[in-house]
Each structure stands twice: as structure tokens, then as C-alpha cells.
Ligand binder design. Sequence first.
Ligand code: DC
Length: 228
Amino acid sequence: MSAPVVTIDGPSGAGKGTVARLLANRLGWHLLDSGALYRLVALAGERSGLDPEDVAGHARLAGALDVRFTTRPDGSERIELAGQDVALAIRTETAGAGASRVARWPEVRQALLARQRGFAESPGLVADGRDMGTAIFPDAPLKIFLTASAEERAIRRHKQLKEKGVAVNLADLSREIEARDRQDSTRSVSPLKPASDALHVDSSARSPLEVVAVIWQHGAARGLWPTA
Ligand code: DC
């Protein structure tokens, strides 16, 4: 039997990354940060001097990404692209916009498909992204669509970037997030949208741990793990 998968999809800044990591840690399950893969493709393209609109070139890079995801002793993420630590480089808003650009192309999405499905290993997987429940793991036994108000999402992203030492202006950030959500929701292939069987959770007034508690209850109700 294949490993159980919990999918967490939603717009930027809804808290998917934090919630997915907390839930995966609590369960001792694997974690797939699919957005990181699109960010890596955009960064790899930039570093190899590709034209930003070169679809075939980016698809080739996506199919051959030399990437390693590990965790540092302090619990923070380490992501190596061709042996170079890019954990910070892929978290900038420019990298996010680049990811959203290359994510429009079916050729790139197809090139990343098998790699993403490969994360579903025993004992289970928590997968965070935009199309986890609709396209990558349509049979997942628990699908969450995590949202938050646009204002709250911009404030969170601002705080997150500030903590990482990335200087950004809140108004600019709001505009960038809106533009990215529009692009992600309106593209023709695997747009950001809830799966028909997804449970909607609003994180605007909930802490990450409170969101995890809500998801935990749903998973327990479906027999995926114990109640407590
Ligand atoms: O979750 P994130 O901000 O790291 O994602 C960066 C971009 O990658 C996002 O704007 C859209 C794209 N993406 C996608 O199209 N499909 C996914 N499953 C994950 C991310």
C-alpha cells in the first residue's frame, strides 16, 4: 500500500510552509515543499544565464535538478543546488516571482511531477503547494486548503522576510503577493484552486499550532492517526 499523504494548498503567505513542517515533525512524516522546487528551477535558470522565457531550457533544468534538502542542527532548512547552499537565495520575493513565472509552463510542471510523487514514502507525507490535492496527489486521504486574508498574508510575509534579514516594503510586498496569486490562480495548467474534496481552513486568526490542531482533528476523524 502506498504511504498516506496530507496535502496543504493555498495562496502565498497563508502559513502552509510553517504548518506543513510542524505537522510533518509531529507525525514523523516526510515533507514536500513543492514551491521550493519551482523556486529552484527559476534560480537555476537565472544562474545558467537562460532567457527568462525559455520554456524548453527551464524544463530541461527541472528534469535534472541536482538538489538536496536537509535540516541543519538548529532545525532550519538547508537546500543545496549543485552543491551550493541556496536556502536564503530562493526565499526572496524575486525568486518567488521567478517561481510563479516558470510554474505557468506545463513542460516544467511535467518535469517535476515524478520527483514530487517520489516524496510519498512510508510512513507518510505532508505536501505543501498549490496543486498538491488537485494534480499531484488527487487520491490523498486528507486535503487542506489553507487561506488567510490578503492583509494578514502580507504582514506575515513581511515579518518572515525581515527575520531573514531581507528588507522589503509592506505596500510593495502586498502588490507582489497579489500579482503572484493572480498569476497562480489564472494560469491554464494546475491553477491554484481547492480540490473539490478539500477542507477549507482559515488561518487569519489562528496561530500555526492552532491550525495544526484543526488539521490533527480532521486526520484523527479519518483514522489517519490517533486522536491525541
Ligand atoms: O509556495 P511558494 O511561495 O514557495 O511557491 C512559489 C511559487 O511556485 C508560487 O507562486 C507558485 C508556484 N508553485 C506552483 O505553481 N505549484 C506548487 N505546487 C507550488 C508552488
